[in-house]
Design a binder for this molecule. Structure first.
Ligand code: CMC
Length: 433
């Protein structure tokens, strides 16, 4: 095997001095060229979309897109989804190790004792229109937490960071469920701390004060898997947003609210909702070919939602787990013959065999299957991204805490390639064309 390079050299074609740059190695993944000092030579790099740029060091999550591998703190996602509950995984993301039995009991108890929202927060919900999208409500309510829980917002104080992390993780299911209840016009259901994290959320979503409600354990476990699979995913758009916002010293609630905003986009977390909207638009198996044709047509902006990924060039390992869970849930609910699910399964089969998708390595992603599972559970499309946000909160707070704990962290401030007018003189209004 050839020796790893330890430095890279940039040479210019105008005989300007060349610049030597060190190479950095992580514990896994590609080495990177350390360009931090390039600016001192008045040279900057251009990389819109961060196609080739590592924006930070992190020891939380690792993805090998070629192998289809996802590790949280070194543990394969398949093992975590099989053996852990969501709070164990959240603890792992936050603290770097799986909790032992005592730590798990303590952590669960701390989270359970923070699930309630400040009573005044219900007024924030009531300020929204009844038909407000749950993501719009979540952005507003999570942002407003900084006006309620400001006693522990010193981002440079490790204890404060932990208190805020606990508050966010504990309260986010209540906020997500209430954003749905508000749409429905039903009373807000308070958390029931004897239930586990997933059951509690399902209870707050579907129970009413009029009747006893017991969450179906198979569906609750499937839901728990959705949360685990979505908990973190390296430096994606929303996580990078949380880091960028937080890099200025912004408080955790403002930073996470910004992450929720970023997640809402259809190219990111909004894809699960967009997938189901697309399936509804397709409407019938007989129309699949028409939409596949549109997805391949360069002059049409339509894309097959729930397919493709920036990093995975083989099957997204989360999608493989979710696909299995999806079939289990459809079996449990006897939904295999439901026209929408038949349509989804047919679309999956056709796309997996189609040359365009195969050659571009566009596999169904996690959002394709999670949308189907959530729909089968009776969760409306508009809540899909809100649930993604609830799960990703665990990763966001781990990444936000990691950044703030790093003594070398700097405010994020990208450069630009300016393409506008160069300096020109002011023209009084009467002389303008
Ligand atoms: N349908 C049809 N063609 C596609 C699709 C798709 N879903 N995704 C990518 N392509 C084509 C694209 O047109 C391009 O073709 P060409 O090379 O001929 O120009 C090629 O595949 C590469 O696409 P890209 O847009 O350059 O790739 P990207 O890495 O910038 O985009 C993506 C990744 C996820 C934004 C994109 O695949 C997409 O828009 N997918 C649909 C939305 C979606 O499901 N998003 C959820 C991602 S998983 C959840 C998460 O982690 O947030």
């Amino acid at each position: 095997m050839s020796k790893k390079p330890t430095k890279a050299t940039i040479t210019f074609d105008n005989d300007a001095n060349s610049i030597e740059l060190p190479m950095l190695s992580g514990t896994a993944g590609n080495d990177v060229i350390d360009i931090r000092n390039l600016g001192k030579h008045s040279v900057f790099t251009y990389d819109p979309g961060f196609m080739s740029t590592a924006a930070c060091q992190s020891n939380i999550t690792f993805i090998d897109g070629e192998k289809g591998q996802l590790l949280y703190r070194g543990y394969p996602i398949e093992q975590l989804a099989e053996h852990c509950d969501f709070l164990e995984v959240s603890y792992l993301l936050m603290h770097g190790e799986l909790p032992n039995a005592t730590q798990k009991t303590e952590f669960t108890s701390v989270i359970n004792s923070h699930t309630m929202l400040h009573d005044q927060l219900s007024n924030i919900f009531r300020g929204f229109r009844r038909d407000a999208h749950p993501m719009a409500v979540m952005i507003g309510v999570v942002g407003s937490m900084s006006a309620f829980y400001f006693d522990a917002m010193d981002v440079y104080n490790p204890q404060h960071r932990i208190i805020s992390a606990h508050r966010l993780l504990a309260k986010i299911p209540t906020i997500a469920a209430w954003s749905y209840k508000y749409n429905l016009g039903q009373p807000f259901m308070h958390p029931k701390n004897k239930l586990n994290y997933a059951e509690n959320f399902i209870h707050m979503m579907f129970a009413t004060p009029c009747e006893e409600y017991t969450p179906n354990p198979i569906l609750a476990r499937a839901f728990e898997k959705i949360l685990i699979l979505h908990a973190d995913h390296e430096q994606n758009a929303s996580t990078s947003t949380v880091r960028l916002v937080g890099s200025s010293g912004a408080n955790p609630f403002a930073s996470i609210a910004a992450g929720i905003a970023s997640l809402w986009g259809p190219a990111h977390g909004g894809a699960n909702e967009a997938t189901l909207d697309m399936l509804e638009e397709i409407g019938d198996v007989s129309r699949i070919d028409e939409f596949i044709k549109r997805a391949k047509d360069k002059s049409d902006s339509f894309r097959l939602m729930g397919f493709g990924h920036r990093v995975y060039r083989s099957m997204d390992p989360r999608a493989a787990i979710m696909q299995k869970t999806c079939y289990e849930v459809l079996d449990e609910l006897g939904l295999h013959d439901d026209p929408m699910f038949k349509l989804a399964l047919k679309l999956e089969q056709i796309a997996l065999e189609d040359d365009y998708f195969v050659s571009k390595k566009l596999y169904p992603n996690v959002d394709f299957y999670s949308g189907i599972v959530m729909r089968a559970m009776g969760i409306p499309n508009s809540m899909f991204t809100a649930i993604f946000a609830l799960a990703r909160t665990a990763g966001w707070i781990a990444q936000w805490s990691e950044m703030n704990a790093d003594p070398e962290h700097k405010i994020g401030r990208p450069r630009q390639l300016y393409t506008g007018e160069t300096r020109r003189e002011f023209v009084p209004i009467g002389k303008r064309k």
